[in-house]
Design a protein around this ligand. Structure first.
Ligand code: FE
Length: 337
């Protein structure tokens, strides 16, 4: 459904006159793909009777919210990546949400201390390795990726993509500027082709024999397996959980925030509390194959089948803080060039 202007004013008047409960929709700007979040939208509407209108964006969310200002129809934003959550807050387009439900459901390390953003799921950035051409356990660390034995064998999406900027920020955290520069140059030297496409496109390239390993987020394995055409790509690879030599596997979050201008604040709060509920957290686990932030909600059987791993323990806000420096290094080494 595309975004339509809400009739908040009219509904507000009707409510005042008739004392009927408000029945406004909740308007969402989403960087998350429709196929990933539709099950959650459906479950929310079924449970609450509140309809959702979603504008699916692939760029420019902050600029759009700033341009719309007080007249923005958006109530809630759904996004991925700690840096994008931090960027929304820095741009002043969110508002704090004080909710006992959100505080109880979401562990403190996955929400903003000022309650401006809330994490919903975590995901690991892992190696997809060809079952045919890469032996089990052959890739164990991110540092391994610069080994000359991978020359011409790695595929990756653009270095400036948010997922890769966050990973580079983690490399910066662990190895400093010189180490991170050497890592970027080393990975670039091993690429089979210029960075392009999305995470799934790299797995397709492995399937097609163009490369042997790629970097991607975990849940795309689930999404590919559920797709008739992409299932073959997924079946050609295995998930390996690399770690940093002095740490664990790089993690990121998906999350949400209420917009500063939210015209339908009550409905927005209901939606946010729903996404943090055990019901929605289980949908994220089962339908999207992400790791729920709610600790006692189990992973899907598919996710469990990938095996256990040690998440890196770097603080997410440290990653967000290192993002500008990471992006600069990616540009200096001309990673995509
Ligand atoms: Fe994604």
């Amino acid at each position: 459904m595309t975004l339509k202007l809400s009739l908040t004013a009219a509904l507000g008047l009707a409510t005042a006159l008739t004392a009927l409960p408000a029945t406004a929709d909740v308007n969402i700007y989403s960087y998350r793909q429709q196929e990933l979040i539709q099950p959650l939208l459906d479950a929310f509407t079924e449970e609450t009777g509140i309809a959702t209108n979603v504008a699916f964006l692939d760029k420019g969310m902050v600029e759009r919210l700033q341009a719309e200002g007080d007249r923005s129809p958006a109530d809630v934003v759904l996004t991925v990546d700690i840096s994008r959550l931090a960027e929304l807050v820095d741009a002043g387009v969110t508002q704090p949400v004080d909710s006992e439900v959100l505080s109880a459901q979401i562990p403190s390390e996955f929400r903003d201390p000022g309650n401006e953003w809330f994490g919903l799921t975590t995901r690991a950035r892992i190696v997809y390795a060809s079952k045919e051409r890469v032996a089990e356990g052959e890739v164990t660390t991110y540092e391994d990726l610069v080994d000359p034995k991978w020359k011409g064998r790695i595929c990756i999406r653009s270095g400036t993509n948010a997922y890769n900027v966050a990973l580079t920020a983690a490399v910066l955290h662990h190895h400093g500027e010189e180490g991170a520069t050497a890592w970027l140059e080393g990975v670039k030297a091993n690429l089979a082709r210029k960075p392009q496409g999305n995470d799934r496109g790299q797995v397709k390239a492995i399937w097609a024999g163009e490369c042997d390993i790629s970097l991607g987020n975990t849940y795309y394995m689930g999404a590919m397996l559920a797709d008739e055409e992409q299932k073959e790509w997924a079946d050609s690879v295995r998930i390996e959980f690399p770690t940093f030599e002095d740490g664990g596997t790089h993690m990121n979050v998906s999350g949400m925030a209420m917009t500063k201008a939210a015209p339908n604040r009550d409905e927005a709060l209901a939606f946010m509390e729903f996404l943090a509920s055990d019901t929605a957290q289980a949908i994220y686990a089962e339908a999207v194959n992400e790791f729920p932030v709610k600790e006692d909600v189990p992973n899907s059987a598919l996710v469990e089948s990938w095996g256990s791993f040690t998440p890196d323990d770097v603080n997410l806000m440290d990653i967000a803080g290192l993002r500008p420096d990471a992006l600069k290094l990616i540009q200096i080494v001309d990673f995509d060039g």
